[in-house]
Design a protein around this ligand. Sequence first.
Ligand SMILES: [Zn+2]
Ligand SMILES: [Zn+2]
Length: 164
Amino acid sequence: MITTNNYDPAQICEKGHLINGFSVREPQHNKKFCDKCGAKVIAACNDCGAIIKGGYWTSKMPPILHNYKVPKFCDNCGKPYPWIDASVAGVKDLLNTINGISDKEKGEFIENLNNIIRENPNTENSSNKVKKFLSNAGKEIADGVKSLIVEIVAETAKRIIWKD
Ligand SMILES: [Zn+2]
Ligand SMILES: [Zn+2]
């Protein structure tokens, strides 16, 4: 029986789909592979082995998983989770399909992308650059990039790029 207040490890697929927020408390919902995309499911950081925090439970209250957001970084070692790397790799692939942008421009875009995933002093500046890049890239590319990164960028970036 679970008696201590704690976080249950979350099962999340390597592409970022939440599989089970209570992998210990409700193991009947666990999966080995994602039923949405087929990716491997993990419940711990690949780098340091710390659990991915899922739902919070106490002995007195019902389990809580309100507004759960799939985390971006391991809170024990700070490394990005595999779904962040997968999204960035997807953006790189997409950029490689565009003719007429140089490797330098692609590199700069990825650098800006890293600045908007992690909230930092350059987030605002980089968000404006990403916005400008996307507005020049054409609708198809802009939509493709959006679908890959909209869930992983910082709130500031989301607001600047898609709401202003
Ligand atoms: Zn998945
Ligand atoms: Zn870690």
